[in-house]
Design a protein around this ligand. Sequence first.
Ligand code: XBP
Ligand code: MG
Length: 258
Amino acid sequence: MAELRALIFDVDGTLADTERDGHRIAFNRAFRKSGLSWEWTPERYGRLLRVPGGKERLRHYIEQYQPPFERPHDLEAFIAELHRRKTRYFIQMLQQGAIALRPGVERLLREAHSIGLSLNIATTTASENVIALLASNLDTEAPEWFDVIAADEAVSAKKPAPDVYLYVLRSLGFAPEECIAFEDSDNGLRAARVAGVATIVTVSDYTREQNFDGALVVLDQFGEPERPFRVLQGDVGGARYLDLGLVRRLWAGSGVDH
Ligand code: XBP
Ligand code: MG
């Protein structure tokens, strides 16, 4: 009988609602600062989110939405600089406390940390963003609660490719059956499932309508005792919020031979 050894969290949309009022705002600030008249509205950003990765999203936008834009000689370097600028604005927002963790996230992280269960991150964004999010919302030591923070820099193929999950598994030396993932998007779910990791989905505003076949359960949030989740898909046996007891029960019933 195997035991659950590690939790692996996505960041954007899962730990925090970072996209519409975080990354999007930072992109727009970077555009203005760079003298560009581009503006990503919430609706447009929702469409652009189909492209994982901020730098890839910028390239796609330039190619698909800005044909008249005169390409700089070195487009790659231009995008990299624009994205660096965006990351600086995003981190400023985090340091000012502008982006909170989603309901129930802090409770579950603290519960797992207090019993020494391995905490890990598998994200498409940069590790400096993750560290700033954790430090600004929990405490400055919180990034050290995590064994592996696998981010943008760790792999070249982004979600839905499984690479970032495989990187976490390799770094931990754990089998996928010993872990459970938390994701908010179809791309993230696909990445975790292809890596063989059972996955709990908590949807975010931009991902609510996506297809989550293959998830253990789909919830609208982690939930708190006084702010229960809504179950969108699957069976939680009457539970009202995600704690380690429920996580273990879902993992044990995941169809994998534990
Ligand atoms: C998150 C992303 C990221 C963020 C922006 O996806 O795709 O690109 O939108 O961050 P996931 P960067 O939640 O599946 O990891 O600009 O740093 O890429
Ligand atoms: Mg996500």
